[in-house]
Design a protein around this ligand. Structure first.
Ligand code: GDP
Ligand code: IMO
Ligand code: MG
Length: 429
């Protein structure tokens, strides 16, 4: 009864959406286990670009049942909007296609206002969050005063809970001289959304375990990335959830014994959006070239916020760490096509910190800021590789680059992607 976990192995935006869409072909259930609509997963199907924030990418495969797991924080209003947007593109969403865990926590208008207030209060030390209310929602969850999706069943009680959450937030906002929320106006769309979502509510852990027992194949679709993990990332410049493989188990209520594959999605270079250390960041023409101008939908501008992403060479120190933390059984490299046309390519193979070479990222940001990448230079290739489908179609230098990444991370790479379209995948074995 195999489950596959798909995690982001860097700072998010590795191309998890398109890899999930590929893995979903052989899945019966696709489940999101953490995060909320801070995620932005882009999937290109035919001539349509889907940008999924809360709904798993598996929704684009007809045979797949999608699950929003207990580990998520869900904005019900935005979820309904997203359902409508996807339905407008011809994907019908019914409770036969999507389930929402009664145990998932809800993002309220209070959380969104508090996210902005918290960022403002941090000033120059701001995290650069997506302002979706993620941090405050998880704070209420662990503070044991959150509102859960199951609470949407009784609309009167739900309205009262929202009212209390907004009142409490308004006191904080008033102290910071920030405009307070109009509770009634904020609550109305939540009640509409709750009524729409009631039929989708279920105990998804019971559902998943029943399906697994009956032999269903489950894909756990990660959001964010390992280096944004609240435990394992560059704290405090992280998100408030556990995007790593361990998070899939608690975030869905399944045991480790059902997992037989952990896929780490990694971009062939590094990107990060938001603040925090990024050792291989390039503030030069190479960084600009990796980013792209923004004209193509796959250029490096945030799917959720539109912010330009910080870009740099591949960081194998971080990737090796991510492969270890997640117990990756394989890595998938995405956007290899973007590396075509560079004379030479660099990979950070270690950091130099206070005169010593280290193979894993140090714990503190002060150390990470001081760490200097030790680069290895590899020959580039000039060929357009977007039409490659088998290893033999790739230039020797590209195959060499992939081999080197696998060696440096001690993890095999069987698949790389060379474009955003469904079939733009190279199978190396
Ligand atoms: P996610 O958050 O991990 O799902 O990644 P995003 O969707 O935020 O960002 C990845 C972007 O790269 C999307 O626009 C994808 O369509 C695009 N993409 C994914 N794989 C490839 C690839 O192999 N080549 C190119 N050029 N674009 C890709
Ligand atoms: P996907 O699933 C990239 C980043 C934000 C910020 C930090 C905290 O598309 O890979 P938050 O709003 O979560 O409190 O912000 O985390 N971040 C992401 N960066 N991709 C994501 O999701 C992200 N989700 C959050 O930019 O630095
Ligand atoms: Mg994204």
């Amino acid at each position: 009864m195999p489950a596959t976990i798909l995690v982001g192995a860097q700072w998010g935006d590795e191309g998890k959406g398109r890899i999930a869409d590929w893995l979903a072909m052989d899945s019966d259930v696709v489940a999101r286990y953490g995060g909320g609509d801070n995620a932005g997963h882009t999937v290109y199907v035919g001539q349509q670009v889907f940008k999924l924030h809360t709904i798993p990418s598996g929704i684009l495969r007809e045979q797949v049942m999608c699950v929003l797991g207990n580990g998520m924080v869900v904005n019900p209003v935005n979820l309904v909007k997203e359902m409508d947007q996807i339905q407008a593109k011809g994907v019908i969403i019914t409770p036969e296609r999507l389930l929402l865990s009664t145990r998932a926590h809800l993002i309220t208008p209070a959380h969104i206002a508090l996210d902005a207030a918290s960022e403002k209060a941090r000033g120059a030390g701001a995290i650069g969050t997506t302002l979706r209310g993620i941090g405050p929602a998880y704070l209420d969850k662990t503070g044991r005063k959150g509102i859960r999706a199951g609470d949407m069943v009784n609309l009167e009680d739900f309205a009262d809970a929202l009212q209390r959450s907004i009142q409490e937030a308004n006191e904080v906002l008033a102290r910071q001289d920030i405009k307070v929320l109009d509770a009634d106006a904020a609550i109305a769309p939540y009640l509409d959304a709750a009524a729409r979502l009631q039929p989708f509510l279920a105990d998804t852990a019971v559902y998943l375990n029943r399906r697994l027992k009956a032999g269903a194949r489950v894909l756990c679709e990660g959001a964010q990335g390992t280096l944004l993990d609240v435990d394992h990332g560059s704290y405090p410049f992280v998100t408030s959830s556990s995007p790593t493989a361990g998070g899939a188990l608690t975030g869905l209520g399944i045991g480790p014994g059902v997992v037989d594959r952990v896929v780490g999605a990694a971009k062939s270079f590094s990107t990060r959006v938001g603040a925090g250390p990024m050792p291989t960041e390039l503030n030069d023409a190479i960084g600009d070239r990796l980013r792209g101008t923004g004209e193509r939908f796959w250029d490096e501008y945030g799917t959720t916020t539109g912010r330009p992403r910080r870009c740099g060479w591949l960081d194998a120190v971080m990737l090796r760490y991510a492969a270890q933390i997640n117990g990756c059984t394989e890595l998938v490299l995405t956007k290899l096509d973007i590396l075509s046309g560079f004379d030479e390519l660099k990979i950070a193979v270690a950091y130099r910190l206070d005169g010593q070479e280290i193979a894993y990222p140090p714990t503190t940001n002060a150390e990470l800021e001081r760490a200097e990448p030790v680069y290895e230079t590899l020959p580039g290739w000039s060929e357009d590789i977007s039409g490659a489908r088998r290893g033999a179609d790739l230039p020797e230098a590209a195959r060499n680059y992939i081999r080197r990444v696998a060696d440096l991370c001690g993890t095999p790479v069987y698949t790389v992607s060379v474009g955003p379209e469904r079939d733009q995948l190279v199978h190396l074995t």
